[in-house]
Design a protein around this ligand. Structure first.
Ligand code: SAM
Length: 260
């Protein structure tokens, strides 16, 4: 891991008083190393420094594409401290790329703090878009794409998870969740209990050798999840509240109001 140079150790063009640098948010592959844009590679080649969620992971990606660049770690345990350091370096004129282990930085990954701090400091922020598991899963799900809600990871504690799902019951938008394979069985049982007979698509190992789309209804998925061991990276896409469900809920609400 690389130590961040103090201002006094920096090159003259990076000293205070110079033009501020730019923070690039560079999306990287979610599995297939070829899924990186030409602009992302060019940006990674050009910047002074790459802030990476896991420097070893990113070094492998750089090596695969014939790149070598100074790296500093930027992960959730040091996010606040590192964000402040990176903003100082940007103010001193350094060009910095932020990457996460997979997909778009800041999306269920570290990034929010440094982007927010950089924006507050008036630093130019440039997204270099590319892979994101949620959009790949949604686009290929066959479920409505015109309106969706990305929920990220559901709470690990069962009570909190059920309350969150209950709060999503009336949402008239396709729902997208990230889930870890070892929590999959418990998660889909709760999904089926809260959301009923809805259509669901499990997008597993997207862009990888064993890419799979499991399509069915939530109760079928709960039964399937009890039978099989899930492996790899999983994104779950669930149909939103249907018009019928909304009508039912509205009817129930009207009734409750009448009874008050
Ligand atoms: N920043 C990433 C993005 O833009 O998608 C997401 C990072 S989040 C920490 C990792 C989660 O994303 C995984 O646990 C899984 O739920 C989902 N994910 C990542 N890669 C995936 C893949 N290849 N196939 C399916 N889901 C994936």
């Amino acid at each position: 891991m690389r130590r961040i140079p103090r201002p006094s150790e920096q090159k003259p063009e990076q000293q205070p008083g110079r033009q501020p640098g730019t923070l690039y948010l560079v999306a990287t592959p979610i599995g297939n190393l070829q899924d990186i844009t030409l602009r992302a590679l060019e940006t990674l080649r050009r910047v002074d420094l790459i802030a990476a969620e896991d420097t070893r992971h990113t070094r492998k990606l750089l090596t695969h594409h014939g790149l070598s660049k100074p790296l500093v770690s930027y992960h959730e345990h040091i996010e606040a401290r590192r964000a402040a350091q990176l903003v100082t370096m940007l103010q001193e004129g350094r060009e910095i790329a932020l990457v996460s282990d997979a997909g778009t930085p800041g999306i269920a990954d570290p990034g929010y703090r440094v982007v927010s701090a950089a924006a507050a400091a008036g630093i130019r922020i440039v997204p270099v878009p590319g892979p994101s598991a949620l959009l790949a899963a949604l686009a290929a799900s066959g479920l409505p794409t015109h309106r969706f809600l990305f929920e990220g990871f559901l709470p690990v504690k069962p009570g909190a998870r059920r309350r969150r799902l209950e709060a999503l019951r009336q949402v008239p938008a396709t729902l997208i969740f990230y889930e870890s394979p070892h929590r999959m069985a418990r998660c889909v049982v709760d999904l089926a209990a809260a959301l009923g007979e809805r259509r669901v698509v499990v997008a597993r190992e997207l862009t990888k050798l064993h890419e799979e789309f499991w399509r069915g209804r939530l109760p079928e998925l709960a039964a399937e999840a009890a039978r099989r061991a899930w492996r790899g990276e999983i994104t779950i896409v669930v149909e939103g509240a249907t018009n019928a469900a909304k009508r039912g809920a509205a009817g129930a609400e009207d009734k409750a109001t009448e009874e008050e």
